[in-house]
Design a protein around this ligand. Sequence first.
Ligand code: HEM
Length: 183
Amino acid sequence: MDDRPVARSPVDLPELELLKKTVSLTPEDERYLRLIAEVLADQLEEVLDAWFRPHPHLYHYFTGSDGALDLRYVEAVRKRSGQWILDTCRRPYDQAWLDAVHEIGLRHHRTKKNQTDSVASVPHVPLRYVIAFIYHTTEMIKPFLSKKGHAAADVRKMADAWSKSVILQVALWSHVYAVDGDW
Ligand code: HEM
């Protein structure tokens, strides 16, 4: 996230607690998320390379009005995505975090896509791709979690904690896409 004003999340803390329960995110997972931040701190660029690399059909959402990839846009989003990884692991999941998460949902949706970087790109990322991208987002991280000599059981718990948080955040983003009252 950056320092621009963010929208207020329509979700409150009691609802967040229910979602955390639903995705089985426990205080132990929150401790493992802190550990992930330590493990990834000096590998962030490699993680971002792995995350951004393998899906050419998704580059479409980063193209400009001429149809070519807008590298300035990709670079700006990549930088914020690095910060998001750290925020996911380090920030307390409070109302300010809920607001920041909601803002990222809006930035994938036509409501706010392209505004942060003042680009003229494709107007909207479809929800189906955001959901389907969870798999890659949770798999690509695994090799990096095991690079610092932690026991296999701890690596597994880090991977689980990461997956739960990503699923939780996509569930929160889906509010932006859902028909009123259906969320
Ligand atoms: C698990 C799924 C996904 C995660 C965790 C994720 C994560 C992120 C993050 C952290 C940002 C930066 C937010 C910020 O401004 O601070 C971002 C922006 C963006 N993502 Fe995703 N993303 C996901 C799926 C996708 C998919 C499938 C696409 C389609 C290609 C996509 C396209 C974009 C674009 C175009 C932006 C820039 C939006 C803007 O104009 O501000 N994302 N994403």
